[in-house]
Write a protein that binds this ligand. Structure first.
Ligand code: GTP
Ligand code: MG
Length: 283
């Protein structure tokens, strides 16, 4: 069996609850519910900036990020493809570096986002056709002279292959991978809600205590004003389903315009303990 059947009651409860949540928006969104973080994670300090409710044209990557800690880290490391895994034996010899994973429905933009994060065009294969990534693809960021290597994993999308085909292996990975610091769960912004397969995935993450952070993708197609309420809706549903593992901050990204990529890079470094949790994103 691959993903446990979704509890209808759980979903209904998630949809029915629509409590107001505090709204703080820059490229990141965090709600105001106090919640303990999952073990082994650090609280991200969310950056704030003034907002305007105009078009996606306002959502431009910040030039200030070119001197921040994420820029310094990523510019000194080489991105490499490590291996493709279709069973646990394939990845068990990978050095035990802190690891983050990009998960989500097929075609949501996982491979494109990983490529943008790694700043390495062509290394991660993307496609217009759903179901392109069919294995767990491991990448690394390393430098011969600098400490602090990390692993990044591009997951096959769910919702395209059969659940049985997708789930057994992924469940094994999520439930046993000690190095896993965070699952970035990608949701396409224009979809505007969590689908049944997303809820199933969150149930699994809750079961395995895998810390999850929601990332909205393809935000170049959206108006900022709409993003705000989408973040709110999705955060509410996700925390209802997986209250102990969903992180309070949503990161809004576009691989196309590069908006939010530096926020995601910084968060990734934080969860891998490579920058202090309070260090600002931009200097
Ligand atoms: N407009 C826009 N399109 C994007 C963005 N990111 C990805 N895409 C497009 O979305 C499609 C799917 O991208 P992928 O990165 O291959 O998606 P995936 O989630 O890895 O897909 P699977 O491997 O099939 O699960 C491609 O046509 C991309 O060009 C984005 O930020 N904005
Ligand atoms: Mg892919």
């Amino acid at each position: 069996m691959l993903i446990a059947a979704i509890s209808r009651q759980c979903r209904a409860a998630a949809l029915a609850r629509s409590a107001n949540v505090g709204c703080h928006y820059s490229h990141t969104y965090s709600h105001s519910h106090p919640r303990p973080l999952a073990a082994g994670t650090t609280e991200a300090a969310s950056e704030s900036s003034s907002t305007s409710n105009n078009s996606a044209d306002d959502l431009k990557p910040s030039s200030a990020s070119h001197s921040g800690p994420a820029f310094r880290y990523f510019s000194k490391r080489d991105a490499k493809f490590v291996l493709s895994a279709t069973k646990p034996e394939h990845y068990k010899r990978i050095p035990p570096n802190p690891e983050v994973t990009f998960a989500g429905r097929s075609n949501v933009g996982k491979s494109s986002l990983l490529s943008a994060v790694l700043r390495s065009q062509g290394l991660v294969k993307t496609s217009k056709k759903p179901g392109h990534t069919s294995a767990l693809n491991f990448f690394s960021l390393t430098s011969g002279s600098c400490p602090g290597a990390i692993s990044l994993v591009d997951m096959p999308g769910y919702g395209y292959r059969s659940r049985d085909e997708w789930g057994g292996f992924i469940m094994k990975y999520l439930s046993t991978r000690k190095e896993l610091r965070r699952v970035f769960l990608l949701i396409e912004a224009k979809v505007g809600e969590l689908k049944a397969t997303d809820l199933s995935f969150l149930e699994l993450a809750e079961q395995y205590k895998a810390p999850v952070q929601i990332v909205l993708t393809k935000t170049d197609k959206m108006k900022r004003a709409d993003l705000d309420s989408i973040c709110k809706t999705i955060t509410q549903s996700a925390t209802d389903i997986a209250p102990s593992v969903v992180q309070p901050t949503v990161i809004c990204c576009s691989s196309r315009t590069k908006i939010g990529i530096d926020d995601l890079q910084l968060e990734l470094l934080r969860v891998c303990d490579l920058v202090p949790s309070g260090e600002p994103a931009k200097k």
